[in-house]
Structures are given as C-alpha cells and as structure tokens.
Write a protein that binds this ligand. Sequence first.
Ligand code: 5GP
Length: 216
Amino acid sequence: MSEPHRPVETARKGLMLVLSSPSGAGKTTISRRLLEADDNLVMSISVTTRPKRPGEVDGVDYHFIDPVSFNLMVNRQELLEHAKVFDHYYGTPKGPVFDYLAQGRDVLFDIDWQGTQQLAQGARDDVASVFILPPSMAELRRRLERRAQDSAAVVAKRMSKAAEEISHWAEYDYIVVNDDSDRCLEDIYAVLRAERIRRQRQTGLLDFVKMLREGR
Ligand code: 5GP
C-alpha cells in the first residue's frame, strides 16, 4: 500500500483529511493504520473534557483538560473547531494544524459532523471528508460491547447517538462501509492519494511546467 516512488517532487499544500463515523465503526483503528502507512500524514490531537479511558495516554489520544481550560481556549480562539459530543467538549487546537499544513504535511482528523462542518466553513478547499458507515447496527453494537471500555449505560447512549451521527452522511465527500477493514483502509488511502494530486494543491506545478515548456 506504499506510495510509488516519485522521481519528481513539486511543492504542495497540505490537506485536511477528516474521518467521521458513529463511535465503534472502526475509525480509531483505521486512523492508526493510515498513520503507520504514511509518513507525510500526521494526526490532529484534540483537546477534550471527557475523562481518560483505561489505556488512553494524555498527549497521544487526546489532551485531557478541564472545562475551565477548555473555555479559555475557546475564548482565546485557539481552537479551529469545537463541539459538545456526548456531554463532553472536544476541540481541535489551531497551532499544530496550521504548522503542519504550512510544511506541506497532511493532517488527519477524527472529529464529528459538527466539527467537520466548521472546518469546511473555514477552509473548504483544504478539506477532504470521509464518512465511515458500519455494516449494520447489530455489528456496531457488537463492536461497542466488545470494546468494553465503556459501561452498559454509555454503550446504550452511544447506540442512540449513532443514528444521529449517521444522519449527516450526505454532508461528506466520500462514504465507505466498514465491512472489511483492509478494504476500507485501501479506499481511504486511495482518497488521500487522489486528493494530494488535486491541481490546486500542487503549488509547485506552475514553476515545474514552466521549466518543462522551456525544454529543461
Ligand atoms: P470518543 O469520546 O469516543 O473519543 O469520541 C467521541 C466523538 O467525539 C467521536 O465521534 C470523535 O470523532 C469526536 N471528536 C473527537 N475529537 C473531536 C474534536 O476535536 N472535535 C469534534 N468536533 N469532535 C471530536
């Protein structure tokens, strides 16, 4: 699944690859595998007021912060987008994202539909959004129960929230059904590769084509 060798590299603007899905549809695993497969892709690490789950690491999975600090970040306009999801607040710190994009790196976001709308409002041309659908609601429930990090009450709440999240599928650029995680990963990687070669993102093309036309 590696990128073919490119003998010619032209300057490129980074893109924002957004993945959304109801929780349990496999987004976390797919994100991890995409990041492992591609050196130019980096994860946007969100801030959240939700408590840390067992196994989660502060600064890796999220920056876990208290509601007062979260509000401060909102008021100082330090977040690119933010939303309330299941009783807790989540947001994307602006600074690291802008730094990565300026370096020509692509940034992966695991955010909900509210955040995706806000990103698209701010920078539509820089966003490629993918919605991951579960193969069935029964399978989604199985995956949530298997994860077993959350209590039965939380699983029930996440199931009822799933239908709401899914209702926003049509706002996304690409839709994949996660019935086979390898296939799903291939499809999302294909999206990333195609989005990278969009003409308007290849800021170095003008000079490159000028050079070609000069016979160099
Ligand atoms: P979880 O609590 O399971 O990690 O995430 C719950 C939901 O919040 C997921 O759908 C996830 O995509 C979303 N989420 C995580 N970080 C952010 C963020 O920074 N902004 C927004 N809008 N949603 C987020």
